[in-house]
Design a binder for this molecule. Structure first.
Ligand code: URA
Length: 214
């Protein structure tokens, strides 16, 4: 309580606080070319967080993550395991679109990724799903896991310690990759099933003794 008898909320950062900060960000040059910042969206209490690379054209236009064609596939994959956007948090390593959808530059990742880490620190998810190689390589690096490339790591669940609990990291192909190479869609469906089982298993059996983790 403060002197006015109000609860002291100042110490606990919220997703809204970070969003407000992102919307004023000039930590790298991408703010100059973007249309809208895309901070990410979803529940503060989400058990699972999906992390993409950076906003594309449609996301830049709308200021929302995964609302273009890759997003439609993501919605479908979520639905396939009984989840909807309302159940999860969806964000990106970069909050602004790189021009012409080029790859993120290391200095952009360095400048922007602290926002993602702060978002994760608030949500404290049980499961982190890395959508594509840029996201996976960043998250693996963050948790000091060796990254051997997306085609070798996809579908392999890693257990890390964070927020005083076991957290599961699973990299999958980026949904956009399956739009260019349709056979990858089956692999994505298979990997999303693992995410579904992981969440179920975590609910029923928090020790996850019967899962083969690396
Ligand atoms: N691709 C991404 O990595 N993120 C988005 O938000 C949309 C497409």
């Amino acid at each position: 309580m403060n002197v006015h008898g109000q609860k002291n909320k100042a110490l606990k950062e919220t997703l809204r606080d970070i969003e407000r900060e992102i919307k004023k960000c000039r930590k790298c040059e991408l703010w100059r070319t973007k249309t809208n910042y895309v901070p990410g969206e979803g529940k503060e209490s989400a058990r699972v967080v999906f992390i993409g690379e950076a906003p594309g054209r449609e996301e830049d236009k709308q200021g929302r993550p995964f609302v273009g064609s890759a997003g439609k596939l993501l919605d479908e994959l979520l639905e396939g395991i009984g989840l909807s956007r309302e159940d999860v948090f969806i964000g990106n390593v970069l909050k602004c679109r790189p021009p012409k959808n080029r790859d993120p530059k290391p200095e952009e990742i360095d400048a922007c990724s602290p926002y993602l880490i702060r978002q994760l620190d608030i949500i404290k998810p049980d499961v982190i799903v890395c959508l594509g190689r840029h996201s996976a390589s960043f998250i693996f690096d963050f948790f000091n896991l060796p990254f051997r490339g997306i085609s070798r790591e996809r579908g392999n669940i890693k257990k890390v310690k964070a927020w005083n609990k076991d957290v599961y990291v699973i990299p999958v192909y980026h949904p956009a990759a399956a739009l260019y190479r349709p056979p990858l869609k089956d692999t994505l469906i298979e990997d999303f099933r693992k995410i579904g089982s992981l969440l179920e298993t975590k609910k029923n059996n928090p020790t996850l003794v019967d899962f083969g983790f690396e």
